[in-house]
Design a protein around this ligand. Structure first.
Ligand code: AMP
Length: 424
């Protein structure tokens, strides 16, 4: 299949060539003709499948064909859960518009920064708007834009939008959009809340499913290493030394841990940086640029901070702390193995609570795939809970408060007086 056979105009085919894409990915082959036709689309696809261009190309083509001589009006709105994703999607759209005639204006807006420059950007209108829901509502409240001429609404990472508690904001935005419009719905998972939203939003959608577990596991090798909580940083360092990974994204549970783990690595001569939600936009951009140009090797991040990140050539994702949910696990490991490359996702299994065997078993069960347990010589855990005992112990439930207290006490005892129990 080639881009030329999908119904794209020559200017868009040129844009694709400029991006260095030779052939459409599976989601692009399926979505582009459907979006050009004006159909609603429900796409189950992870980041890394080429989903951004799958909606960006046909949406821009439709906008190009709708644009008249008159006032600039917002024809397409892309709602995203995080500012990083907003910036990335905005960049993809803008790089395509550079090749198009007629100057399509793309504006990106997100919260956490001053609203004034964004209001200035919106002066004179925007043809395509990429936005996080809260900031979009603020701008609508300020009369900085109108959605009355909207013809296409894209929800990107719809599952994240809902996970992050944007359901009310979404409904408020939907109420301000024209009823007759095209809806494109992209989600990595199809949780019940996502399904319910899709049902109310979409009109006889074209259903596209790309991230089938079998395909996912072929591109991403999953590993699980048993290690004591206190030995996780030394093991991470050992792996960095022995495996020669050029770039690693390490996930931890808290902002404190991003700094603590990256500081420890840094002190041991490993170029590491922290990425968490409280960094300024400038700080985040600097860290990400340093990772991309190899100024740093290890990025230690929380789930929220890493949401929607597109790091090209990321061979390894490492769960230092396990994610809370299977959806988070899917998102985390989807940062590697992108656009046809292979990747490795490693999970440290430690202790007995939220990082423990029972919790990981639940993730395996929900993703429908078992991951063999490993131990690394010199880092064998002192006490290993067998998978069977672990599931029996908590009856497949997330650890309760008592489990957590017990695990914290055990970890503190292992760390000894003055030792660190939560982050090794
Ligand atoms: P996405 O799933 O949109 O986050 O895209 C993941 C990565 O795949 C990005 O770095 C894109 O630049 C790249 N990509 C998207 N479409 C193609 C394509 N047709 N051929 C090669 N790479 C692509």
């Amino acid at each position: 299949m080639s881009f030329a056979t999908l119904g794209l105009l020559p200017a868009l085919i040129r844009a694709v060539r400029e991006q260095g894409y030779h052939a459409p990915t599976a989601i692009q082959s399926a979505a582009i003709p459907a979006v050009l036709r004006g159909a609603d689309v429900l796409a189950l696809a992870q980041t890394g499948t080429g989903k951004t261009a799958a909606f960006a190309l046909p949406v821009l083509q439709n906008v190009l064909q709708q644009r008249g001589e008159g006032l600039r009006q917002t024809r397409a709105l892309v709602l995203v859960p995080t500012r990083e994703l907003a910036v990335q999607v905005g960049e993809v759209l803008r790089s395509i518009t550079r090749e198009l005639p007629g100057r399509i204006k793309v504006v990106t807006v997100f919260g956490g920064v001053s609203i004034n420059p964004q209001m200035m950007d919106l002066r004179g209108g925007a043809d395509v708007l990429v936005a996080t829901p809260g900031r979009l509502l603020d701008l609508l409240d300020h009369n900085a834009l109108r959605l009355t001429a909207l013809s296409t609404l894209v929800l990107d990472e719809a599952d994240r939008l809902l996970d992050m508690g944007f359901a009310d904001e979404l409904q408020r935005v939907l109420a301000l959009c024209p009823k007759k419009r095209q809806n494109l719905f992209f989600s990595a998972t199809f949780a019940p809340a996502v399904q319910a939203l899709a049902e109310t939003l979409l009109d006889s959608p074209e259903r596209i499913e790309i991230a089938a577990p079998a395909q996912r596991s072929a591109a991403i090798e999953q590993r699980a290493i048993q290690v004591d909580e206190i030995a996780r940083t030394p093991l991470l360092r050992h792996l960095l030394e022995t495996e020669a990974w050029p770039r690693v994204l390490v996930f931890v549970a808290t902002k404190y841990a991003t700094e603590h783990v990256s500081d420890k690595l840094w002190k041991q001569g490993i170029k590491a940086a922290a990425l968490h939600g409280e960094l300024s936009q400038g700080g985040r951009s600097k860290v990400l640029a340093a990772l991309k140009d190899s100024g740093i090797q290890v990025l230690v991040a929380t789930d929220i901070a890493a949401r929607g990140l597109d790091i090209p050539d990321l061979p390894v994702v490492l769960n230092y702390d396990l994610p809370r949910s299977t959806a988070d696990y899917t998102h985390r490991i989807g940062r590697t193995g992108r656009a046809g490359q292979t990747g490795v996702a490693i999970s440290f299994i430690s202790g007995q609570s939220s990082n423990g065997e029972a919790h990981f078993r639940l993730i395996e069960k929900r993703q429908g795939q078992r991951v063999p347990r490993e131990q690394i010589a010199g880092f064998e855990p002192k006490q290993v809970l067998s998978p069977a005992a672990a599931t029996g112990g908590v009856k497949g439930k997330r650890p309760n408060k008592k489990d957590k207290l017990r695990a914290a006490a055990a970890a503190a005892a292992m760390a000894g007086p003055g030792g660190e129990s939560t982050v090794a």
